[in-house]
Design a protein around this ligand. Structure first.
Ligand SMILES: [Zn+2]
Length: 72
């Protein structure tokens, strides 16, 4: 599920929004669409294996080649 973090350029309010398709988020406080998209710390902070491959990430020390990824 794609979760994006935004900061409102008008009032500075920070919030997260789950977006489907071409939906445009708006600030829940002032309802403007002038938003600054934040880098999602959620997506990059977990470390571990990149979200994808059943075949491993291609590196020789790939966790999936060594008995599995602990994300499983
Ligand atoms: Zn706002």
């Amino acid at each position: 599920m794609p979760i994006f973090e935004y900061r409102c350029e008008t009032c500075g309010h920070k919030f997260e929004a789950i977006l489907f398709g071409e939906q445009t988020p708006e600030c829940p406080k002032c309802h403007t669409e002038k938003l600054e998209k934040q880098l999602s710390t959620f997506a990059v902070s977990k470390g571990g294996h990149p979200a994808a491959p059943a075949a491993g990430c291609g590196q020789s020390n790939c966790c999936m080649m060594n008995g599995g990824c602990d994300l499983n």
